[in-house]
Write a protein that binds this ligand. Structure first.
Ligand code: VG1
Ligand code: CO
Length: 542
């Protein structure tokens, strides 16, 4: 009953920053998902009889692709597949399940913060046995295979029941449907002081968590409402929907506006947070106090020792290059190393495996630690809560104290979305073309100290990743970074990252827009964004 089906390659199956993401109508073409899944399997060795984990964020096409993966895993010789009940697994929960079950790897079905639904996005990402996203050498091999594939293997069988917990057979393979939440919730309980947080909530501390109709609903309800005793309704938009209720599940000030407005209201809760489509990101907003993701990373690193799971201290901190230098100052004070990696969680895995770093983060609202090999939204929220409980202070007080200790990295990201790809490429090419002559020149942002295209050498295996973003560094430590997004599915998105550091003696209470205005002007002068794109303002500022 194993069938070998002839196919021809698709020329657009190159994985981006985080897996292969395409419009649903592309993924739904005959053979499209099958080609990619077979290309993943063809790029791996030694999985006969081994375990594969599969689950996703519940978006449109999730269930259909899970059935395809199950039939193909059976045909390709996996011994067992663990699938989240209903096809649900948040990205961090999938990472934990891979690690705790000793699986060979996992397929995570998600396009994360991209919208879902029949006209929106779907995605597939392969994670390796450490629970983390496949490194570049694996994604390169997968891509190469998609270009030459001529057949795939699939078992001819009816759909497997993925809604009832339990075990069934598919050909020679076992399918185990598991509770997607329980193991993950236990892991969280092992890291944080749940009794203290619970007592604080019982004492009247209020919180709001926006699941944005995406995967974290069941996790947040179990953890915040059931285990920590927060009242019903604490979790907003808590039911995962295939189209996320037409929301864009990107936890930023634009798309999580409902939460933002609630946190800025006169009767705001003490603490607010939101998570993205697949549960690996977090947005933190205190009562009347927005926390930039880069600052959040720095605060978490500076205070992690207050949580039981991190009482021994941190081995190191890692951040993506565009993330602000706020964490660098914490690392310096703690006397631990700081690693600067390209954008994307796949670069953190080796550092975590080697015990070089304990906490990692990105400016895009992703933070995590060595408890899994993905970023983890609910983890970050729990660490924040644990810190607030241990310090007995509000978010606003913690932030003010942080800046008074380390100075403040004013920071914003300006996204220019849906640019024609050729125009975006031309802009980047023109910018790269003038990098060599920029040092020593001046513009609205000040005098440029250096300009380069970021390249990263992994300290554990010496692999090199080039062209990871253009950096313009100014004499006073300010910075403008330009790169193109690797997760979009329509045209190109230009991301401009703007940062200015003000020391403890300086003005720590400026409005971010005012603090960054000269650098925003400099970005325009350097890259002629309006000339190339016709856009005189970004689509999204975060
Ligand atoms: C974006 C973010 C990056 C993140 C990636 C995946 O990538 O900038 O920091 O790791 O999304 O996150 P890009 O290439 O579009 O800038 V997730 O939560 O969407 O999987
Ligand atoms: Co995500």
């Amino acid at each position: 009953m194993i069938q070998t089906v002839s196919t021809t390659p698709f020329d657009d199956q190159k994985p981006g920053t985080s897996g292969l993401r395409k419009k649903v109508r592309i993924f739904a073409q005959p053979h499209y998902a099958e080609n990619f899944v077979q290309s993943v399997f063809d790029s791996l060795e030694g999985f006969a009889g081994e375990t594969l984990v599969v689950g996703g964020d519940g978006r449109y096409l999730n269930r259909e692709v899970i059935q395809i993966v199950l039939r193909m895993a059976a045909a390709n010789g996996f011994g067992r597949v663990l699938v989240g009940q209903g096809g649900i697994l948040s990205t961090p929960a999938a990472s934990h399940l891979i690690r705790s079950s000793g699986a060979f790897g996992g397929l995570v079905l998600s396009a994360s913060h991209n919208p879902g639904g029949p006209d929106e996005d779907f995605g597939i990402k392969y994670n390796v046995s450490n629970g983390g996203p496949a490194p570049e050498k694996v994604t390169d091999a997968i891509h190469a295979r998609t270009m030459t594939i001529d057949s795939y293997r699939i078992v001819d069988a009816p759909d497997v029941d993925i809604d009832s917990i339990g075990t069934s057979r598919l050909g020679d393979m076992t399918v185990e449907v598991v509770d997607p939440v329980a193991l993950y919730a236990e892991l969280m309980e092992s890291l944080f002081d749940f009794p203290a947080i619970r007592a604080k909530i019982a004492g009247g501390f209020t919180l709001a968590f926006d699941s944005m109709s995406a995967v974290t609903g069941p996790y947040a309800t179990e953890i915040f409402e059931k285990r920590l005793g927060a009242p019903g309704g604490t979790v907003m938009n808590g039911t995962p929907l295939p189209d996320f209720g037409h929301h864009h599940p990107d936890p930023n000030l634009v798309h999580a506006k409902e939460l933002y407005d609630r946190m800025m209201a006169a009767d705001a809760p003490d603490f607010g947070a939101a998570s993205d489509g697949d549960g690996d990101r977090n947005l933190i907003i205190g009562r009347h106090c927005y926390v930039t993701p880069s600052d959040s990373l720095a605060v978490l690193a500076a205070n992690a020792h207050l949580a039981p799971g991190y009482a021994a201290g941190l081995k190191g901190i890692a951040r993506s290059m565009p993330t602000s230098g706020a964490a660098d100052r914490v690392a310096e004070k703690l006397g631990i190393p700081l690693y600067e990696t390209p954008t994307g969680w796949k670069f953190f895995g080796n550092l975590l495996d080697a015990g070089l770093a304990t906490i990692c983060g990105e400016e895009s609202a992703g933070t995590g630690s060595d408890h899994v090999r993905e970023k983890d939204g609910i983890w970050a929220v729990l660490l924040w809560l644990n810190i607030l409980v241990a310090r007995g202070e509000s978010v606003a007080t913690v932030m003010a104290d942080h800046w008074a200790t380390y100075g403040r990295n004013y920071y914003a990201r300006h996204d220019y979305e849906a640019i024609a790809t050729d125009k975006a490429n031309a802009l980047m090419a023109a910018l790269r073309g003038k990098l060599d002559g920029l040092a020593g020149t001046a513009n609205s942002g000040g005098t440029i100290r250096s300009a380069d295209d970021f390249a990263y050498t992994d300290p554990t295996d010496q692999s090199v990743s080039r062209n990871q973003g253009v950096r313009i560094l100014f004499e006073d430590g300010s910075r403008v970074v330009f790169r193109l997004s690797g997760t979009g599915t329509e045209g190109a998105t230009l991301r401009v990252y703007i940062e200015r550091y003000v020391g403890v003696e300086g003005d720590l209470a400026m409005a971010t827009g005012d603090a960054l205005a000269p650098l925003v002007a400099a970005a325009q002068e350097l890259a002629d964004i309006e000339g190339f794109t016709g856009m005189d303002a970004p689509s999204v500022i975060t």
